[in-house]
Structure formats: structure tokens, C-alpha cells
Design a protein around this ligand. Structure first.
Ligand SMILES: Nc1ncnc2c1ncn2[C@@H]1O[C@H](COP(=O)(O)OP(=O)(O)OP(=O)(O)O)[C@@H](O)[C@H]1O
Ligand SMILES: [Mg+2]
Length: 506
């Protein structure tokens, strides 16, 4: 057993000012195994991975790699002995090309010390092929989809001869096809005797590809189990500390047949990726928008939220025509959109949680008479309310948003949009990276909001969520709505079939 062990952590503690992120945790990783690390948002998973990969130091404890005691000062030191990490939050430079990013810091040079572009390009192509990416090596990272960028990140990691690869929520922004490819890569790596630590909030994946599972809760080690000897329910109760039933809360009040339309969209068209899309969302209704990547299912919500500027077509809110050219036009009209990319569109990472939550609703926090100043007491009150309601794990509302765990950052985005008191809430991939306990909380809040008469659009690539929460779903393909499925007809098979264009609309 001992010699088969590649990594061993004993009593690792990590303290940040005001937060004990890890409290005497233990972890052992065997050669050639895929080992899941599970736990709620803020449990300390990413922090431990940053310690293992040399990005952060630990406060106390011991770490052994291949039997040797180690303590890294830089990620370079960890890489040099064979530990590589794929970050949860990307580590690529948007202004550089794919090839440049893949070989950053080790770009091939010719005998005159100039960059050997030809070799750079061909080496990059080999790597892209290994992860099944069909993009040009010359494209800038900023031009890629999030999923493509993630695959580039993975390719980059493969290029360093690692013995242990850490994958922190690698699938959070991948398409099904990309995920399938990733799982093949994981399998190959494992067959080569490479160990993988795998973090994901998607429990199905954990059961599909891992050999053993370790659970953390609130910075503490709970248990390690053989994947084949545990169950979904046992895992959830170890993570959350209680059982979760009814993930998708039942609707208590039916949507009225005659309910007014909160939103009516007529012939929305951006002449690029959205073509003459018309639909409505009734007061109190949750409408799912399904579709494959690039089908327009995410884009339609962003379009009517003013993300791309003006567009052709009409939008009505509660029967009144509104003109939307910018996100603030949309907010003013009562449309709030929770973006699918919290890092770029949702959060100001260097500002506090408080500022992030109140940002979109500052106009409502102004003191009445003194025009330009914000009512601080009121701001604190609304911010604390959201932190409590969404159970956001922060040391205080002054904590910098960028320091929060990934899932808690997503909750901050959610809180910010709820605070705008929208008529229509657009949720694009709202639970990406969110743990199962928090998911249940967010679904409950969606249900409550809908019962208060708010209209909700839910665009999600997690079909169980889309099916579990939607009163009806619109399936999009190539920028058009190809099918409407009522709740009783809403199944995974049907959604996928129409999304892929496999069935003619009757
Ligand atoms: N640089 C930092 N400064 C202060 N606190 C931090 C810092 N980094 C992490 N923390 C805190 O440490 C705790 C653990 O965070 P971590 O990112 O490890 O959680 P996680 O298990 O990866 O969660 P998630 O599933 O949401 O990604 C959180 O409470 C977080 O706010
Ligand atoms: Mg994390």
C-alpha cells in the first residue's frame, strides 16, 4: 500500500485572516487512481488543491509526495516534480493566442533566440488534437467559448509531464461532447498510471469516473470511501450533514391560464445567431429554454437583457413596449439577467461582496434628499438579507468577492440580481459550480419568486434541472425556437431529440 501511494497529506491546516479554510485535514492518493474530492461550497477543496500544487502555502501540517516530505513555494516547484493543476477559475491570458497560451513561459525559440512560430504552431496542434479541439491555434483566448477555453487549459496541463493532475470542476463549463472527451482523456491518463484528483459538484460524474471519494465539510475531513461501496444519498448526507429530499420543490399554486404575460418578445432578431424569436412568459411562470451549445438558448436571454446592444423586434413588459439598448435599459424595464459567466459579466472580483450585491440597485439605495449619497444603513441591511437568504459563506460583507469559493461567487451574482426586484428574471446556468445543498436552496427561491408572480426564464445545460423546474420549455436550434414542450411532455429524450434536429415539428 505504502509504495502505491503517491501523495499523502497529514493534519493540514490553512488559515486566512478571519477564516480557517482547512482544519487538520487528511488525504491520501494512490498511483493511477481517480480520486474525487467532494464537499459543499466553501468546504476547502480548492484551497487544498492550491496547496498541493504550490499556489498557496499551508499554515501547519505535513505533505509527502512519493514518500518525500515536500512544501512548495511556487507552482513551478510542484510542476517540476510532477504535480499539475487545472484551475477552477481560468488561468489563461485572453489577449494571447491559443498556441501562445499553451506554451507560455516555454515558447520554442530558434538559434537566434527568436520565437519559432512554426514549431509553436505544430506543437500546439498536437496538443489540441489530444483534447479533440477543432479550433485554430492562432485564435485569441478571448474569442473562444468558455468550454473551449477550458479544453485549452486541459491541453496545457497535459503538455507538462505530470504524475498527478488536479482537476478542479473541469466540466462546469463544458458541453456534453467535451465532457465525453474529457472522460476519455481521464481514462487514458489513468491507464498510464497517472493519478487524478477530481473535483465536481455533479455527483453523476463522480460515480462514473472515480475510484475513491473523500468528503470535506466546513474545512474538516469527513471520510474516504470506495466509489463502488457508497451511494448518491450517502454521499450527499456526508457532504451536507443532512438528507436532501425533493430537490425540485413542487409548485403549490398553479400558473393561471389567464395570467398576464410579464414578457412578450416578438420577432427578436440580431441577424447573427438569433432569428425571429417570439415567445412569452406569464406572470408566475418558469419557462425553460433548452438547446445545444450555440443554439441561441443562452444568447436570447442576454439579447433581451441588452448585453449585445440594440436588436430588431419588440419587447413588452407587462403589456408595455420597452426599448432595450443596454443592460441598464433592461434593468430599468424590470429584466434582470444572471449571466452564465460570473467572472466576466457578473462580478467585480476586486470589490467587496457588499459592493457587488448592491451594485445593480444603487438607485434604490440613494438617500432621498441628499441626492448623491448612498444610504449605508440600508445598504448593509439589504446586503445582509441576501447573504442570509442565500446562505453565502463570507467572513463579512466586506470580504473581497474574488476570495470567495467559486460557488459562493455564483450566489453573490444571484443576490445582486434578486436585489433589483425584477419583473422578469433570466437565469443562465444559474447553478453552475453550486453544491447540492445550495442548489436546493436556489430552486426553492425560484419557486417562491414565481409564486409571487415574477416570470422566470431558465436556460440550463443541466437537463434534470431544466426539466425539474420548468412549467414549459422552448427548445432552440440554430437561433430559432423549434419546439414548445409542456411540463407533462418534458423529458430528457424529447429535449435532446428536438435540440439535435432529430424530429420534425408536427
Ligand atoms: N485568499 C483568500 N482569502 C480569504 N479567504 C479565502 C481565500 N481563499 C479562500 N478563502 C476562504 O476559504 C474557504 C474555502 O474556500 P475554497 O475555495 O477552498 O472552497 P471550495 O470547497 O473550493 O468551494 P467551491 O465548491 O465553492 O469551489 C472559503 O470560506 C473562502 O471564502
Ligand atoms: Mg472551489
Amino acid at each position: 500500500m505504502e509504495s502505491n501511494q503517491i501523495l499523502r497529506l497529514e493534519e493540514i491546516t490553512k488559515e486566512f485572516p478571519g477564516v480557517k479554510a482547512l482544519d487538520q485535514v487528511h488525504l491520501d492518493i494512490l498511483r493511477g487512481e481517480v480520486h474525487a474530492l467532494c464537499g459543499e461550497n466553501g468546504a476547502g477543496k480548492s484551497t487544498l488543491m492550491k496547496i498541493i500544487s504550490g499556489a498557496q502555502s499551508f499554515t501547519s501540517g505535513r505533505m509527502f509526495f512519493e514518500g518525500e516530505s515536500v512544501q512548495f513555494k511556487t507552482t513551478r516547484e510542484a510542476q517540476d516534480i510532477g504535480i499539475s493543476m487545472i484551475y477552477q477559475e481560468f488561468n489563461l491570458i485572453p489577449e494571447l493566442s491559443v498556441a501562445e497560451n499553451l506554451f507560455i513561459g516555454r515558447v520554442p525559440v530558434n538559434q537566434y533566440g527568436k520565437v519559432n512560430w512554426k514549431k509553436l504552431d505544430s506543437d500546439a496542434q498536437v496538443l489540441l488534437k489530444r483534447v479533440g479541439l477543432e479550433i485554430s491555434t492562432k485564435q485569441l483566448i478571448s474569442e473562444l467559448t468558455i468550454g473551449e477555453a477550458q479544453m485549452v487549459e486541459i491541453a496545457k496541463c497535459l503538455s507538462s509531464d505530470a504524475k498527478l493532475i488536479i482537476m478542479d470542476e473541469p466540466t462546469a463549463s463544458l458541453t456534453d461532447k467535451e465532457i465525453e472527451f474529457l472522460f476519455q482523456i481521464v481514462d487514458n491518463l489513468k491507464n498510464q498510471g497517472i493519478s487524478i484528483i477530481y473535483i465536481s459538484h455533479r455527483l453523476d460524474e463522480i460515480f462514473e469516473i472515480t475510484d475513491r471519494i473523500t468528503v470535506f465539510r466546513d474545512g474538516k475531513y469527513i471520510a474516504t470511501k470506495m466509489t463502488s461501496e457508497t451511494t448518491h444519498d450517502e454521499l450527499v448526507s456526508m457532504m451536507v450533514g443532512k438528507d436532501i429530499h425533493d430537490l425540485y420543490p413542487e409548485r403549490k399554486v398553479a400558473v393561471e391560464k389567464e395570467a398576464t404575460a410579464v414578457l412578450r418578445v416578438e420577432q427578436a432578431n440580431d441577424h447573427q445567431k438569433i432569428h425571429d424569436v417570439s415567445f412569452e412568459v406569464k406572470s408566475g411562470e418558469i419557462v425553460g429554454i433548452a438547446g445545444l451549445l450555440g443554439s441561441g438558448n443562452i444568447r436570447i436571454g442576454k439579447l433581451i437583457s441588452g448585453y449585445y446592444g440594440g436588436f430588431d423586434g419588440q419587447v413588452e413588459i407587462n403589456g408595455k413596449a420597452v426599448q432595450i439598448h443596454t443592460p441598464s435599459d433592461a434593468l430599468e424595464a424590470g429584466i434582470s439577467c444572471v449571466s452564465d459567466d460570473r467572472k466576466i459579466e457578473g462580478l467585480v472580483l476586486i470589490r467587496s461582496v457588499k459592493e457587488n450585491i448592491s451594485l445593480a440597485s444603487l438607485h434604490r439605495l440613494l438617500k432621498k434628499r441628499i441626492f448623491s449619497s448612498i444610504d449605508k444603513a440600508k445598504e448593509n441591511q439589504v446586503v445582509d438579507h441576501q447573504i442570509e437568504r442565500l446562505n453565502i459563506k463570507v467572513s463579512s460583507s466586506d470580504q473581497i468577492a474574488g476570495n470567495l469559493s467559486g460557488g459562493n461567487q455564483q450566489k453573490v451574482v444571484f443576490g445582486k440580481m434578486l436585489e433589483t426586484a425584477p419583473q422578469l428574471l433570466i437565469l443562465n446556468e444559474p447553478t453552475r459550480g453550486i453544491d447540492i445543498g445550495a442548489k436546493a436552496e436556489i430552486y426553492q427561491i425560484m419557486r417562491e419568486l414565481s409564486e409571487q408572480g415574477i416570470g422566470i426564464i431558465l436556460a440550463s445545460s443541466e437537463l434534470p434541472e431544466l426539466i425539474g423546474m420548468s412549467d414549459r420549455a422552448l427548445v432552440m436550434r440554430e437561433g430559432k425556437i423549434v419546439k414548445e414542450l409542456m411540463h407533462e411532455d418534458l423529458t430528457q429524450e424529447k429535449v435532446l431529440l428536438y435540440a439535435a434536429g432529430g424530429m420534425k415539428d408536427e
